[in-house]
Design a protein around this ligand. Structure first.
Ligand SMILES: Nc1ncnc2c1ncn2[C@@H]1O[C@H](C[S@+](CC[C@H]([NH3+])C(=O)[O-])CC(=O)[O-])[C@@H](O)[C@H]1O
Ligand SMILES: O=C(O)C(=O)Cc1ccccc1
Length: 247
């Protein structure tokens, strides 16, 4: 049986002390609602993952979804591609996420080869893959761990493989950044979040979600070996990049 999914009201009442944000049971219970109301373009990015896989994934290749949460990116691929087109491994550190992702795949796409691993993406033994997806996950790693992970992902990709990297980003221009963040808060208000929810979540995410600039992402991808990277999507301070390993 699939567990119920609730509306996100985690930061809706005043908290004496706002704890660091974590992917605990409380977040898992309302995660689909939280991410859809909090990440501009989330649904559009998911829809495009299947299209990108159709274009760039070798038939039958292995795909990683790192920080898979409830497996939304895996479901998006399964909706676009037949079962024999790919083998999928989702990886997440949160046991509650992993448990629910497994239930979802068993219920929604039992014919597809969907594996979910509970583990830390920084210490995984990576197998050769045709595509790696980091959909809003790298931003939660300590900044000093990011270069080493991207290098390991480059190494595990087969020639012609692709990395999809979606992230919250910061604009190097202070005025432009302030505009993007203010309009992002407007986006949240339009999606039903109150001032209290916006400000308490902002506090909870301090030093937990640390965004890079788009330029820092592209520089990192190139210095880890990718021959080319480009930003294929941006909506306010959220973006998605694709990086290519030479065929
Ligand atoms: N070191 C780590 N190792 C493994 N998992 C981790 C680690 N650090 C964080 N996570 C996991 O990364 C996920 C980030 S959410 C991804 C959304 C999903 N990709 C989606 O397409 O719906 C993004 C967000 O909530 O904004 C959480 O499930 C964490 O447990
Ligand atoms: O809500 C925010 O401020 C975000 O940056 C997006 C987000 C979405 C889900 C979990 C953590 C952060």
């Amino acid at each position: 049986m699939n567990s119920p999914s609730y509306r996100d009201a985690i930061f809706s009442t005043p908290l004496d002390r706002v704890a660091r944000f974590s992917f605990d049971e409380q977040v898992v219970a309302c995660f689909p609602d939280m991410i859809r109301r909090s990440v501009p373009g989330y649904g559009q990015i998911l829809g495009m993952l299947g299209v990108l896989a159709q274009r760039h994934l070798r038939h039958g290749a292995h795909v990683y979804d790192l920080g898979c949460s409830l497996g939304a990116a895996g479901l998006a691929l399964a909706a676009h591609l037949p079962a024999e087109a790919f083998r999928y491994s989702g990886v997440d550190l949160s046991p509650a996420m992993v448990e629910r992702a497994r239930q979802t795949f068993a219920a929604e796409c039992p014919q597809h080869a969907m594996n979910v691993i509970e583990g830390d993406i920084r210490s995984l033994d990576y197998e050769t893959s045709g595509m790696v997806m980091l959909n809003f996950t790298l931003q939660f790693l300590p900044p000093e761990d990011r270069d080493a992970l991207i290098k390991r992902l480059y190494d595990c990709l087969e020639p012609g493989g692709v990395l999809i990297l979606s992230e919250k980003v910061v604009d190097p221009d202070e005025r432009d950044n302030a505009w993007r963040v203010e309009r992002y808060h407007d986006f949240k208000r339009a999606n039903g979040y109150s001032e209290l929810e916006i400000s308490q979540k902002r506090t909870a995410l301090e030093n937990v979600l640390v965004p890079d600039t788009l330029e820092a992402h592209h520089t990192r991808l190139t210095s880890c070996g990718f021959s080319r990277s480009l930003t294929w999507f941006q909506y306010l301070n959220f973006a998605s990049l694709i990086a290519f390993k030479e065929a």
